[in-house]
Design a protein around this ligand. Structure first.
Ligand SMILES: [Zn+2]
Ligand SMILES: [Zn+2]
Length: 87
């Protein structure tokens, strides 16, 4: 059961289901080439999957780098890049 409003739909998924942002992110974690749209009150507008927090991970067999895992579990949206004090 979705907590948030189901304002997103995927034009590539079978039957283009309406999804909330969280379900859309979970559903498309391994489907980065699908195209989604967001309901804007009177029409759907095209959006990138990054709009719901999808990222493509090239290492770790497509999974999130363990160093970023805690951040992902804390909402799944990446904050703007912050230079590390290590450098
Ligand atoms: Zn949902
Ligand atoms: Zn899809």
């Amino acid at each position: 059961m979705c907590v948030d409003a189901c304002l997103w739909r995927c034009t590539n998924c079978l039957r283009s289901p309406l999804l909330c942002a969280s379900c859309c992110r979970i559903t498309h974690r391994r489907l980065p080439y699908h195209r989604i749209e967001e309901w804007k009150g009177d029409c759907f507008e095209p959006r990138w999957l990054s709009s719901v927090g999808i990222e493509i991970h090239l290492g770790h067999q497509g999974d999130i780098c363990p160093e970023n895992l805690l951040f992902f579990l804390d909402g799944g949206f990446r904050q703007p890049f912050q230079p590390s004090s290590k450098f």
